[in-house]
Every structure is written in structure tokens, then in C-alpha cells.
Design a protein. Sequence first.
Length: 227
Amino acid sequence: MTDRATHRPVPPWVGPLALAGVAGVVLYIASWLVAGWWRQGYDPLRQAISELFELGAPAGSRAVVVTGLVVSALALVAFGPVLHRGLPGTGLLGPALASVSGALTLGVVAFPCSSGCPGFGTTTTDTWHVLMAGGGYLALMLAPLATGWRVREHLGGLARLSFLLGGLALVGLVVRNAGWDLHAGLQQRIFNTLADAWYLVVGVVIARPAPVRSRPWPAPARRGPRR
């Protein structure tokens, strides 16, 4: 297997690991959808995803989200080497940010927020939760932008999509944290899913088999001038 843009050899583990990463991201999205539906009285339009696994949350819905978070975190950590070895270009920032996002997501699980997720400075676990979640989200959304810059000379379509999804997700993150009461739970899900969509797309792009290169169509032979 070789890189389609640069003909650089791509290790055989890249494709399967990219698909595993896609599956991990899909599992995470499914986990907060299922848990939000399962937990009685939970309002996904106004409540954060973190409240589904807050301290004291029902064991069933909490287990679903924690499982999705851990699997997606490991998938994001693995996306780092997948992006680096599966895409053209030489920049390491995008792959590094993807892996950092996964590592910080594990930190989010390790420091669940207290009831209602009151925010930074309330308790030790709430402070660390905010730091891990904020850093993880920022890395999650900057990775598409950095990767788009890396592949801009080789994969123009993917670069434009990376700038679009990463930029929209970043704007959503800023709006969510600007203090505007605009259905905070819905805002979080929108910018989170925009970023996740990029990981799904890039994982499929990397995993798909290289197209068979056909020989150029022969040009018609020139005829001499008529007499």
C-alpha cells in the first residue's frame, strides 16, 4: 500500500487502525444518544454530556457513556500515528493534537464532575474535569485545521473539508463557552459532532484502498493535410 499523493509506503496496520478509530468515534456518539434517552428526566438540549456520568449518576447510563468515552479516547490516541503514516505531508502537529485529545479524554473520565457539573473551582474533581475537557475539545478541533494545512498541497478536497469542519467546530466551542444561554447541551453536541464527523471522514479516506491507476487515453494520431 502506498500513499496516493506521494507514493510513500504506508504500513499495513494503518488501514485497519483507521477503521477501528472510526468505530470508536461512532460508539461514542451512540453512547451519549442512548444514555441520554435512557436516563429519566435528562434534557439533552440543556444538559451537558458530562452530566450523564457525573458523580452519583445512575449506574446504567453512566456505564454506557464511560465505555464510549474510553473507547473513543483510545481511538483518538491511535489516530495520531494513523494520520501521520496514512496522509501525505510532513507536519506533526495534527497527528499530535489528535493523540493529545484522546489522552485528555481519558482524564475527563478519571475526573467526573459532581452533580450538575457546577464548573471550575467548585471542587477538585470539577476543576480537573473542566481543564481536561476544555483542553481535549480544543485539541480535538485544532487537529483538523493542522491536518488540513499539512495535506493542502496533496489533497485539496480533504484540506478544504478539514478547514470547514474544524473551523465550524471551533466557532461552536467559543459560542458554547461565551456564557450565552442558547440550549447549552445542544450547542455542545453540535460542535462535538462536527469535529467527530471529520475523524470519521479522514478515517475512511485513509482506510479505503488505493484506486487502480489507468493508463492515459492515447491521443489520436494527427492526420496529414488534405490535398
